[in-house]
Ligand binder design. Structure first.
Ligand code: MG
Length: 255
């Protein structure tokens, strides 16, 4: 991406937040569709489990709801259809089955290019953790083997650490708190509309890599500060991003 395009994004971020400048030292990575190429399995198994329960739900619905807690996704889909409310136990049973079906899909591989991106960020001195709406143990356990010693997993945020999942800012605010980082010192790396909303609402510069089928406009409208089409494109722009950050100051910045 060109210097000028990145400069405009950083400048707009500083105007919006009132910060005087960025100083990129931390990155908070989403998991599904960012660390792992797991979204096709999630979409397929969401459609399957919802169909078995009689709840209309498409693969696009799965991508649009990505990042939301599983239980909340089911509650919303039920409400949308004007169906009678389900008990907490009924909803949990549906989600448990979804997790079982997902586990039976086999291992989702790491997302193409993410390892190189993460290593590149590390070489710039950036400290990283994971902030996910997932509670899928089968994937969470594999982060360390796919990305050895690259993420500070003692500071990871999962569905179990927050009351309000994405698009609420709580997951990313919790991540900042655990990393002891300020908003202007961090970036969020996301792939999903609700994740982008959460990153923006948390006041953090939000990079979205569109690794799925949704149109770019959906991700831009959700609050992406920068939008890439794959991890390599993001990595190729990293040196420029750091240069822009060094050179861009908000003269009216008060924070
Ligand atoms: Mg995701």
């Amino acid at each position: 991406m060109r210097y000028e395009d990145i400069r405009k994004s950083v400048s707009a971020y500083l105007d919006r937040t009132g910060y005087a400048a960025m100083d990129l030292k931390y990155a908070m990575f989403d998991m599904d569709g960012v660390l792992f190429d797991s979204m096709p399995y999630h979409a397929k198994t969401w459609v399957q489990v919802m169909a078995e329960t009689g709840i209309p739900f498409s693969e696009d619905d799965a991508y649009i709801n990505e990042g939301r807690k599983g239980v909340a996704t089911i509650e919303l889909a039920v409400k949308r259809m004007g169906m009678p409310e389900m008990t907490k136990d009924e909803i949990q049973a549906i989600y448990d089955e979804k997790c079982e079906l997902f586990n039976a899909c086999g291992e989702a591989g790491p997302m193409n290019g993410t390892l190189q991106l993460v290593k590149s960020l590390e070489s710039h001195g950036v400290r990283m953790t994971v902030v996910t709406g997932s509670a899928q143990q089968s994937l969470l356990r594999r982060i360390e083997s796919a990305y050895p010693s690259l993420f500070e997993l003692d500071k990871m945020v999962t569905a179990n650490d927050v009351v309000h999942g994405k698009p609420d800012p709580e997951p990313y605010l919790t991540g900042l708190h655990k990393m002891n980082a300020k908003q202007w010192e961090a970036v969020v790396v996301e792939n999903a509309p609700l994740g982008a909303q959460a990153g923006r609402a948390a006041g953090v510069f939000t990079v979205v890599v569109n690794t799925g089928p949704l149109p770019d406009a959906t991700l831009r409208d959700s609050g992406a500060d920068l939008l890439f089409h794959d991890m390599d494109e993001f990595r190729d722009s990293l040196a420029t991003l750091f240069e822009v950050i060094r050179n861009t100051v908000n003269e009216n910045g008060r924070k």
